[in-house]
Design a protein. Structure first.
Length: 191
């Protein structure tokens, strides 16, 4: 398994019409979000306006997980759904989507045959958890939304904190996560 940590300090937040977004990871690494030439992209955003419209993204499948706050997503001609902490919604980027409410979210965008899953994990201080990784997935990402944890990979210990992202490809193995503080994590697997 190959792995690295992207530290929060190295990420650059940018404005979007509804708030602030931070690109956490894009693949291939040479891809550009504005050119829409990515296979997948991970980001976190704040929705700061009470009402906002999502950017149309034809050809892109989206998954969004709410990390704080509550919003009501309206997918015109499809459905309306209220989302609160750790709720997930899946939708297509060419749907006309709007939101009411303020939140912080985690976004997974995929194109083509690329698929992914999002899960939340709460790790309490001093708690030790073992995460078995599916050999069928090509990538694993662990985003630290709050707190601080130690992650043991191949007998090496890494300390990651709020806003950091662990990136691992070809991850078929187990990870050991120890809570240094009460922590909230987003786990994202990509195939």
């Amino acid at each position: 398994m190959e792995h690295r940590i992207i530290y929060a300090e190295s990420l650059n937040p940018t404005s979007w019409p509804g708030g602030i977004t931070t690109e956490l990871f894009i693949f291939p690494l040479t891809a550009d979000y504005k050119q829409r030439n990515f296979q997948f992209r991970l980001s976190s955003a704040t929705v700061e306006n009470e009402k906002s419209d999502f950017t149309p993204l034809p050809g892109v499948s989206r998954k969004i997980m709410i990390l704080s706050g509550t919003i009501i997503l309206n997918h015109e001609d499809h459905y309306t759904r209220q989302l609160s902490k750790f709720d997930i919604d899946e939708f297509e980027g060419d749907w006309k989507t709007s939101a009411v409410g303020k939140c912080t979210d985690f976004n997974l965008m995929t194109t083509g045959n690329t698929t992914g899953e999002l899960k939340a994990a709460v790790i309490n201080k001093y708690q030790i958890s073992t995460l078995s990784l599916n050999e069928n997935w090509d990538w694993l990402f662990i985003y630290i939304y709050s707190g601080k944890v130690n992650i043991e990979i191949n007998s090496k210990m890494f300390s990651i904190k709020k806003g950091d992202l662990l990136v691992a490809n070809n991850p078929g193995m187990e990870l050991r996560i120890t809570g240094i503080e009460d922590s909230e994590l987003v786990l994202c697997e990509i195939h």
